[in-house]
Design a protein around this ligand. Structure first.
Ligand SMILES: C[S@@+](CC[C@H](N)C(=O)[O-])C[C@H]1O[C@@H](n2cnc3c(N)ncnc32)[C@H](O)[C@@H]1O
Length: 303
């Protein structure tokens, strides 16, 4: 198989520096994608170091198997939320997560993530998962659809779009990206440069892949597998992802023991923040527009 689509690793230099790599260490890349960051980590490791790379997308794992021959790389096809089940406690010197979709997932029409290409309405990151976007839209209640659009992408026309989807599907099932995009465009006018279906596609994708829930569960698991002194480096793109990460840091850093006691969680702070949030340079944004909403945060495990 040839893999024609490339993914530019976001904030590459900053991410590798943030991990503060020890040459014989064990590092987790929770979101392998096309391995941009993994290659950077491998480049800093000695012969006894290792990278454990997760991806829930079978194509990403197949790509890694065929393109990176390196005895130090271990691949796991799984949702990163299972990190603490797949790895020993306190076994990693650093963990990286780079949320969201890779460019190949967006660009490959057959995956059904993009309204710019007509394809079956799939949207599963993990092709072994049973529920597709088309499958969900077939039976979901109008109110449930509206809530997904509103809560996952702040789509303020959520009720109008949900109603239009239910009316359209009573005529014929919505099976393709073009059908869904046409339904949205029938009730939402374009405002500025943004395509009217942008938020609908984003919201349904987040829902089908339970992206926010997975991230929350992952962050707790990542702390368990990190050694004390190990770094957790988090790149997020969506405002809700930023919020989840900020809340996680807030809950686990020193100074919040009372708050934690109130919530009946651990009273012992588990992380300290390293530096402030990092954003891509203007030069990177010009070269890779996908990086424009990226934010990088770093914490170090203290207990
Ligand atoms: C932004 S890309 C990562 C790009 C990568 N850092 C690189 O340099 O090539 C995100 C990747 O994470 C994967 N992914 C997203 N959510 C995941 C999850 N919950 N568990 C495992 N992999 C996930 C996606 O399938 C995608 O391949």
């Amino acid at each position: 198989m040839t893999y024609q689509y490339k993914h530019e690793a976001v904030m590459f230099e900053e991410t590798i520096e943030a991990l503060s790599i020890k040459s014989e260490g064990t590092y987790v890349d929770a979101t392998f994608g096309r391995g941009g960051h993994t290659r950077g980590i491998l480049g800093q490791l000695g012969q006894d170091g290792q990278v454990i790379a997760f991806d829930r997308d079978q194509t990403a794992i197949e790509y890694a198997r065929s393109e990176i021959m390196d005895h130090r790389l271990h691949l796991i096809h799984a949702n990163y939320e299972s990190i603490s089940k797949k790895m020993d406690k306190a076994s990693a010197d650093g963990v990286l997560v780079d949320c969201g979709l890779s460019s190949p997932q967006l660009d490959e029409a057959g995956r059904g993530f993009s309204f710019l290409k007509d394809a079956p309405l799939d949207m599963r990151m993990d092709q072994t998962q049973p529920l597709t976007a088309a499958g969900w839209l077939k039976n979901a209640q109008e109110e449930e659809i509206a809530n997904v659009l509103y809560l996952n992408a702040d789509e303020r026309r959520s009720r109008r779009i949900a109603k239009a989807i239910c009316e359209a599907r009573s005529q014929s099932e919505i099976l393709t990206t073009k059908q869904l995009s046409d339904v949205v465009q029938s009730v939402v006018r374009r405002e500025g440069k943004t395509h009217p279906a942008t938020k609908t596609f984003q919201a349904i994708r987040v829902f089908i892949n339970d992206e926010f829930g997975s991230l929350e569960r992952f962050l707790e698991g990542a702390l368990d597998v990190l050694k004390p002194g190990g770094r957790l480096v988090m790149i997020s793109f969506h405002s809700t992802e930023h919020k989840i990460i900020k809340r996680f840091i807030q809950m686990n850093r020193p100074g919040n023991e009372d708050l934690k006691r109130g919530l009946q969680t651990l009273a012992v702070p588990r992380v300290k923040r390293i530096g402030r949030v990092i954003k891509p340079s203007l030069q990177e944004i010009r070269f890779n527009t996908r990086s424009r909403s990226a934010q990088l945060r770093i914490v170090e495990k203290i207990a």
